[in-house]
Design a protein around this ligand. Sequence first.
Ligand code: MTE
Length: 335
Amino acid sequence: MWLKIKRDWEEPESAVTPEALFKQRRNIIKGLALAGSAAALPGVGQAASWFGSDEEEKAALVRKALTKTDIPPLHKDALTPESKATSHNNFYEFGTGKNDPLRNSREFNPHPWTFTIDGLVEQPLTLDLDKVMADMALEQRIYRLRCVEAWSMVIPWVGFSLSELLKKVKPLSSARYVAFETLYDPQQMPGQKSPFIGGGIDYPYVEGLRLDEAMNPLTFMAVGMYGKTLPAQNGAPLRLVVPWKYGFKSIKSIVRIRFVENMPPTTWNLLAPHEYGFYANVNPQVDHPRWSQASERRIDDAGLLGRKRIPTELFNGYGKQVAHLYKGMDLSRYF
Ligand code: MTE
């Protein structure tokens, strides 16, 4: 792992009650500066510098950060154990089996990482992720992740609001959507080399959001989880997390973000348009053509047989924050 953060927000899972969650989200991780990856390597000295030594200053910055976001408490949801969240993955670039991404991504090297933000913007940028991280206020967000396959997890991500990043490029008024692209590197990603490994996807994996969805404060760019940098299998070093949408919208290992006028193509919609829509909002009333979306299997401490099914919530429980984005829309048509 090449990033370390102070972990005073970490609590045993048993302590993840609504109140504890409430407190955890107030432990905003601010100003975690990555002074170059070398300094962050384990054993190479100080990794993270907190935002100044003055306690008052810290408290003020935390208060300020909190006014920018409104993250709902997740009521009694226990965190998914880290070992499960990092070994049960969908990342077809490394294989289609749930264990494949862990096994096949061991050699994946996300350093150095540059990505572009371009398209309909005043000021296109090519950014070095280490420099971006030194510049951004990092936060922890505990979000539900609901896969379209009807399993779900609860994950403590580390990162920043996508909107904070997008503001840097000054989008033009003609921009209506934001398109995302995963790294294309068949040398490092065996699934891109062979359709047998990569499930026949036409790589690179692409995704998109409407501009107002992209700018919603819940829409998150994760650079870490469980207090560490993102493991390769979870989308190192930079991935999207859109908690009210099915997991396939949360594109991994991003190298390009583009502002566009028209709805951009998205990987699963291209593969099976009648099964996977552009919006992909979590919705227990709109079934997948081949299975129900009314409930989900929460991946927790229990073994396979012990796992409970729980009812799925509209917008994955984030309706208060995002339902207004879809006012008047027929969600079964725009699925
Ligand atoms: N991004 C890329 N580039 N390739 C993928 O195969 N799978 C998606 C999404 N992002 C995928 C991706 C799907 S289907 C899900 S459910 C989530 O990643 C899973 O994220 P996780 O493995 O961290 O749980």
